[in-house]
Design a protein around this ligand. Structure first.
Ligand code: HPA
Length: 271
């Protein structure tokens, strides 16, 4: 995927080089509708060459440049999932673009299922690490310079940003979990046996996104943080079936807390 034409449009439309990008996951999109985001530059993905057109995309994925808590922020509403049949190059394209635009850090957010039986629905979890079980890696193929061919993942989720997230949680009176996010492709939810296996592997949460984008963001040299909204208990923990509706409902319920956390974090951000 040649990202040069998309990058040129992004550069032309960007009113500033953002200090931070925030990818808003399922159910956590309300920040994209806040007053600051309304009075801002909004660029639908459909306007970027090489990205799917409106009919394929269905709804309104977009990039928003806005001032949030006195910081220059890029909000990404919507993302491309591997389970939708998109190639990894598209799933991770926005990370390449932000890297090339000069964005120094990105906060990924997502909806996830709680694998750790000590966690509760609606809690927010800072990612400490990940396990990639998507069976592929977006960095496969010719290396994109100047990123390293074999990049280190020892501390993919920046320690200092994690500390700042916990400080923001304390300042906004919230509790926050920390744990390992395991990525599957979906779109089926996991079986109870898979969840038991994932727990044995050391996973605290399971989801269908984020890890490919984190790999590319790190390859672009960006600092990365991740926050999961634990929208359901993973399969087999409760004697009931999982539904996408419960995931969205829990995301919406967590929306206010999520927004308060992000705003407090952004306000206090030290780069
Ligand atoms: N599994 C995978 N992805 C998810 C889940 C889950 O239980 N909940 C939200 N995204």
């Amino acid at each position: 995927m040649d990202l040069q034409p998309a990058l040129e449009i992004l550069r032309a439309r960007a009113p500033f080089v953002p200090e931070l990008a925030i990818v808003l996951g399922s159910g956590l999109g309300q920040l994209a509708h806040c007053p600051e985001a309304m009075a801002s530059v909004s660029l639908p993905f459909t306007e970027l060459p090489g990205f799917p057109n409106q009919t394929v995309l269905g709804h309104s994925g977009r990039i928003i440049f806005c001032e949030l808590e006195g910081r220059k922020v890029l909000l990404q509403a919507g993302r491309f999932h591997y389970y939708e049949g998109h190639p990894m190059a598209l799933v991770t394209a926005s990370m390449r673009l932000y890297g090339r635009l000069g964005v120094p850090m990105v906060v990924h957010t997502n909806a996830a299922g709680a694998v750790n039986a000590g966690f509760a629905v609606g809690e927010l979890m800072v990612l400490s690490d990940h396990i990639n079980l998507q069976g592929t890696n977006p960095l496969i193929g010719p290396n994109v310079e100047p990123g390293l061919r074999f990049i280190d993942m020892t501390e993919a989720y920046d320690r200092d940003l994690r500390r700042q997230l916990f400080a923001a949680a304390a300042a906004s009176g919230q509790s926050l979990r920390e744990g390992v996010y395991l990525a599957v492709t979906g779109p089926s939810f996991e079986s109870p046996a898979e969840i038991r296996a994932f727990r044995t592997l050391g996973a605290d949460a399971v989801g269908m996104s984020t890890v490919p984008e984190v790999l590319v963001a790190r390859h672009e040299g960006m600092k990365v943080a991740g926050i999961s909204c634990l929208c359901n208990l993973a399969a087999g923990i409760l004697p009931q079936a999982l539904t996408h509706q419960e995931v969205l409902a829990a995301g919406a319920e967590a929306g206010q807390r999520f927004e308060a956390l992000v705003r407090t974090f952004v306000r206090a951000l030290k780069s």
